[in-house]
Design a protein around this ligand. Structure first.
Ligand SMILES: [Fe+2]
Length: 268
């Protein structure tokens, strides 16, 4: 699973991911549609990125993983976080989605088409509703710090999906960097448990580092699954030959599983 921001509309990088000879599911990030948002229409680079990925870009669709007992449901791609879609024109052009509510409905439709009752949602940015401190999993740490910078459509979708008796076992996303701008250098919470759902923010930036011997290491989060249940989460640093340099088990921090019913506010 890839949570996006592969590059700034970098078709070469998207192609390298698309060419990996493994099963994969991708959600592109805001950076992957950087120029398209500026122009409010898809650029040739974005179109090429989407073509190259084909069905592996799972925005508003489902990828079945029978061996794990789950279905992976794709949320809204290209998210910048915050209240605004930034360019409803772009979403309308590609997905026929013009508002947060329509986007939520498209995520819910995908979840209802899933073959499993246990699903994982793959998104670029996580949902609202998980806190508004700068160190919360999707809290705003930049600009005027503080506030919930999650995706409202995803929160709305999670609530509706629960109403259909579908269990969201994990929401896997990135976008919000692990090191905070306010307070500078502090780190955000990145693994949260609420009810049946584990929220994972895997945006360790930079995700490629060198160890003391100059060896290049890349960051991954590994999850293990059995019959629809996530049995383990690890943070893993891997060298360029696939060798595991380190793996650290993760225990998600529990938060209150009482989800308040959210009002459907009018969008700006
Ligand atoms: Fe991003």
């Amino acid at each position: 699973m890839f949570v996006g921001d592969l590059g700034d509309e970098d078709v070469d990088m998207v192609t390298r991911i698309a060419d990996l000879p493994i099963p994969k599911a991708v959600i592109l990030g805001n950076h992957d549609a950087w120029q398209s948002f500026a122009k409010k229409e898809s650029t040739p680079n974005l179109n090429e990125s989407l073509d190259v990925l084909g069905d592996d870009h799972i925005a508003y669709t489902v990828r079945e993983v029978p061996a794990a007992g789950i279905s992976i449901v794709g949320a809204r791609p290209f998210s910048w976080g915050g209240q605004s879609l930034r360019s409803p024109e772009l979403y309308d052009e590609i997905y026929g989605v013009h508002t947060m509510r329509q986007s939520a409905a498209a995520i819910v439709d995908a979840a209802r088409n899933a073959q499993h009752r246990d699903i994982v949602i793959l998104a670029h940015n996580g949902p609202t509703g998980l806190g508004s401190e700068t160190d919360d999993i999707y809290g705003k740490d930049f600009g005027k710090p503080g506030g919930d910078w999650g995706d409202y459509d995803l929160e709305l979708a999670l609530q509706r999906i629960a109403g259909f008796g579908i269990r969201v076992r994990a929401v896997i996303a990135g976008h919000m960097h692990h090191k905070l701008l306010h307070p500078r250098g502090a780190e955000r919470k990145r693994f949260i448990q609420r009810g049946d759902t584990t929220f994972i923010n895997c945006a360790v930036v930079p995700r490629v580092e060198r160890d003391k011997d100059g060896k290049e290491l890349s960051y991954f989060v590994r999850t293990r699954w059995l019959e629809g249940e996530c049995t383990a989460i690890e943070e893993v640093w891997v060298d360029t030959h696939g060798g595991e340099h380190s793996s650290t088990p993760v225990t998600a921090e529990s938060i209150d599983d009482v989800v308040e019913t959210i009002d459907e506010v009018d969008e700006q």
